[in-house]
Design a protein around this ligand. Structure first.
Ligand code: ARG
Ligand code: ZN
Length: 866
């Protein structure tokens, strides 16, 4: 049943025009679709194949004449029509049931409002259609609904008409002049309040901006609106991309499977990714919202004007758009901090995916359910691939290449090959070898060897690459890897190391092994490799403490400086894991605490960078470095390092904590200071000093905003006790009527590394604010528990595994996409000890034994089991 890239065939029929009429009722909505269809000259396939799911077919006619049943056949996944005229008008009337749609794909109801989600294959749950991204149509949409219950009626494009109908009903008519694939269709109807604004484009056109929310959320819109205007301006300035319709709308809905969706002119957002005020959202929420607003807006060009030929090309739009939103955020804040955070995300989430049973290339070869391929690899590694292209071409040729890409393919559905070809044509560079990044899965490993020839004043650097095999891909070819390097003299100065005495250079590794020679190097240099994280690879190096301490002090590339500190901490933590396992004492290398203390006192460093450096590698990343994950030892090692650092640097941290009190504003400096403020509190609490708990309690009760409130809770959550329970109780009372804020409370408790985690999770699920039907609630409680509470989820008794297996099945009957996501919690089972392996295998087998298991869940569970 799986779909293969190599089976792609171009569509046999075009659908240049679509008219849709919706007669909206929650229980039964009638959809009348008029398709202008044209057979593609000479295409061998004559039948018109339309997809359809959960539809009731009411009538079917060609050019106004009902079609006799001998000319069509209803199949299990759609409708096949024979002997149509080469070009005709097809009218299809279907009935659907939005209220029963708990999968949240197609047309469904959220908090009484109609909304849609069509990517990737939801449109076929609305009407019969060639629901594939390479069929582009101009849409006309008429919506009819009860005026009282649904005063606002929205679809893509520009509004054309609206008016009254009989029986208290009304209608609206929308027209989208830009041909688009069905996955970009959207409809919203409801009683929504509107926050409006305007934007004047570079060429002087005025665009109406509208943000639709439930009336009680109207006070949480202004940030998102500002973010939208910034994004529109930035895309003009950075990429020369201007908006193209008269109106741009965003709608916030509470029930949504993912973050947001870039439907043409009508973006639909998970309310979590739009709504924010300082009282309800943390600084991190604000930053996340700004980047998602930007991401969806940027899709207007990278995704909508130029779209994907088929779903194997998903990274064409997602990788490129993530790259664009990363660049946007870097421009708004501190580029180095943004880069560090993106690398952390990649390492914590994409590297394990690439090393596990779900590993797949940026352009996958096959899938069972495309919804399972909205992955870290498609998005984040895809963005790294685009970034490497920028590094290899240089900013200006890269920009020229993108201009050519948008220009050449405007209005088309294309492939990642077309994208690379445009960059090749614009730059004159040969990227044939580079294309392997799209087809080869797995994270490459770089090994290095250094040599210094005193008499010749030459420094030699040998780089060797290899990539471990991944499921279905045993043999790996060398990749084209940009490796940015700099050489440092013992003085801390950089040594010229490239052509024209460049102070840093990007080496291009294209073979399995290559040696690069640097001339006129008069002392053995200190190497800084992979500056800016110039490629998504793992570097195997000796990482000697002296070198790391040196780079922590002298490196001027923000990422590499941070990396040296992380590597140092990682070495200590890994050694401590072994010490824990052997009941040895955990003794801290004084060189690390000295470097750490020096960093704290370094007035030159930006507080946001100091905060990043103070943040130790995550437990999951630590576990990934071990041959067998030992959740207890990892937790113990990491907590102990925080404790010791907290104790040794107590007074410095108190000083910083006090200096960063009461910081307002939203510039990079203020954001960094608040992070540092909260982080110091976490370390102070980790030290175990009772004075710190009092501070945290004060911090909680005097918090001016949610950033501070959560700072206190996060600092306190490490230790169960009176203080944290008091704060949690207070928080619940205060926020029980605001689901998005209560999610923070759910999530924090589900992640708490306390004993009895499973019972706590079960209690949370009985809370009146919880519901299995809402993806945000599920993610807050069960997503947090399985992904961010290793001690609880992987408790040795295996009870959490069994519990989650049953729950995932229960959820599968409601919403397969969410069930499949959650089931990813078992995909790393091979990395654990025998007892935990067994428990997780059993959970996967239990899931697969369910006869009614969805295709989504089946694919994840079966691939995980291997
Ligand atoms: N295109 C959307 C975005 O990245 C995400 C759609 C995800 N769809 C899905 N079925 N998981 O912005
Ligand atoms: Zn996207």
């Amino acid at each position: 049943k799986s779909t293969h890239l190599t089976d792609y065939t171009s569509p046999a029929w075009r659908v240049p025009k679509v008219s849709l009429c919706f007669e909206l009722e929650p229980e039964e909505t009638r959809v009348t679709a008029m398709l202008c269809v044209e057979h593609v000259d000479g295409h061998p396939q004559r039948d018109l194949v339309l997809f359809g799911e959960e539809l009731v077919l009411e009538s079917l006619s060609q050019n106004g004449e009902p079609l006799d049943s001998q000319y069509y056949e209803l199949t299990k996944d759609g409708l096949v029509i024979r002997d149509l005229d080469e070009s005709c008008e097809l009218e299809i009337v279907t009935r659907i049931h939005p209220k029963r749609n708990t999968a949240l794909s197609g047309l469904y109801i959220s908090e009484g409002h109609f909304c849609t989600q069509c990517e990737a294959e939801g449109f076929r749950r609305i009407t019969y259609f060639p629901d594939r991204p390479d069929v582009l149509s101009v849409y006309d949409v008429r919506i009819e609904a009860d005026e009282k219950r649904y005063p606002v009626l929205l679809s893509n494009g520009n509004p054309v008409a609206q008016g009254e109908l009989d029986n208290g009903r009304h209608f609206a008519h929308w027209h989208d002049p830009f041909p688009k694939p069905s996955y970009l269709f959207a409809l919203v109807a409801g009683d929504l309040a509107c926050h409006s604004d305007q934007f004047v484009t570079a060429s002087g056109r005025t665009v109406d901006l509208r943000l639709y929310v439930q009336a009680h959320n109207l006070d949480q819109c202004s940030f998102a609106m500002q973010a939208l205007k910034k994004s529109m301006r930035w895309d003009e300035q950075a990429f020369g991309r201007e908006y193209d319709l008269d109106i741009f709308m965003i709608v916030a809905v509470d029930d949504f499977n993912m973050g947001a969706m870039e439907n043409k002119g009508l973006n639909i957002f998970n309310s979590k990714c739009v709504l924010a005020s300082p009282q309800t959202a943390t600084d991190d929420d604000f930053i996340m919202i700004e980047s998602i607003i930007a991401h969806e807006y940027f899709h207007n060009w990278s995704g909508n004007r130029v779209t994907c030929r088929d779903w194997f090309q998903l990274s064409l739009k997602e990788g490129l758009t993530v790259f664009r939103d990363q660049e946007f955020t870097a421009d708004q804040t501190l580029p180095g901090v943004k880069r560090i955070q993106d690398v952390q995300r990649l390492r914590n989430l994409q590297f394990p995916e690439d090393a596990g049973p779900m590993s797949h290339p940026v352009r996958p070869q096959s899938y069972l359910e495309i919804n399972n391929f909205y992955t870290m690899t498609i998005y984040e590694k895809g963005a790294e691939v685009v970034r490497m292209l920028q590094t290899l071409l240089g900013a200006s040729l890269f920009r020229r290449g993108l201009d050519l890409y948008f220009d050449r393919h405007d209005g088309q559905a294309v492939t990642t090959d077309d994208f690379v070809k445009a960059l090749e044509d614009a730059s004159g560079r040969d990227l044939s070898l580079f294309r392997r990044w799209y087809d080869q899965a797995g994270t490459p490993v770089l090994e290095i060897q250094e040599g210094f020839d005193d008499s010749a004043s030459e420094y030699h650097l040998s780089l060797r690459q290899h990539c471990p095999s991944t499921p279905g891909q045993d043999v790996k070819m060398p990749l084209h890897i940009p490796v940015s390097v700099a050489l440092f003299a013992a003085s801390g100065e950089k040594i010229p190391c490239g052509a024209d005495a460049a102070i840093e250079t990007t080496l291009e590794l294209t073979e399995q092994q290559q040696t690069f020679v640097f001339k006129d190097v008069h002392e053995p240099p200190v190497l800084s490799l992979l500056r800016g994280f110039s490629a998504p690879v793992i570097v195997r190096d000796q990482h000697r403490p002296e070198t790391l301490a040196f780079l922590m002090q002298h490196e001027d590339d923000a990422f590499s400086r941070w990396e040296a500190g992380q590597r140092f901490a990682l070495n200590i933590l890994l050694a401590w894991v072994a010490d824990c396992q052997n009941d040895r004492q955990l003794l801290l290398d004084p060189r690390f605490s000295q470097a750490f203390a020096a960093l704290l006192k370094d007035a030159q460093s930006h507080p946001a960078l100091v905060a990043e450096t103070m943040t130790l590698p995550s437990e999951s990343y630590l576990g990934d470095q071990l041959s067998t994950i030992d959740v207890e030892a990892v937790h113990m090692a990491r907590c102990t390092l925080m404790q010791q650092l907290g104790q040794q640097c107590f007074s410095t941290m108190v000083e910083i904590y006090e200096k960063t009190q009461g910081i307002a504003g939203f510039d990079a400096l203020a954001l960094g200071q608040r992070r540092l403020h909260n982080l110091c509190l976490t370390y102070l609490c980790a030290s175990g000093e009772s004075e710190a708990q009092d501070r945290a309690l004060q911090h909680y009760h005097h918090a001016p905003d949610m950033t501070h409130t959560m700072g206190a809770l996060r600092a306190l959550i490490a230790q169960p006790g009176e203080v944290i329970h008091q704060c949690l109780g207070d928080f619940e009372q205060r926020w029980k009527d605001q689901p998005l804020v209560l999610d923070k409370w759910f999530s924090l408790q589900a992640m708490a590394p306390w004993p009895d985690s499973l019972e706590r999770v079960q209690d949370l699920m009985r809370h009146p604010g919880f519901s299995l039907r809402n993806p945000n609630r599920v993610r807050a409680v069960l997503g947090s528990f399985t992904m961010a509470n290793p001690l609880g989820f992987h408790a040795i008794d295996g009870q959490a595994y069994a519990f989650m297996a049953e729950l995932i099945l229960e959820l599968d009957a409601i919403n397969p996409q969410i069930a499949a996501r959650l089931a990813g919690c078992f995909s790393r089972w091979r990395r654990f000890d025998a007892v935990r392996q067994n428990g997780q295998q059993q959970a996967l087998q239990r899931i697969l034994a369910q006869p009614s298991v969805s295709r989504d869940l089946y694919e994840i569970a079966s691939r995980s089991l291997g």
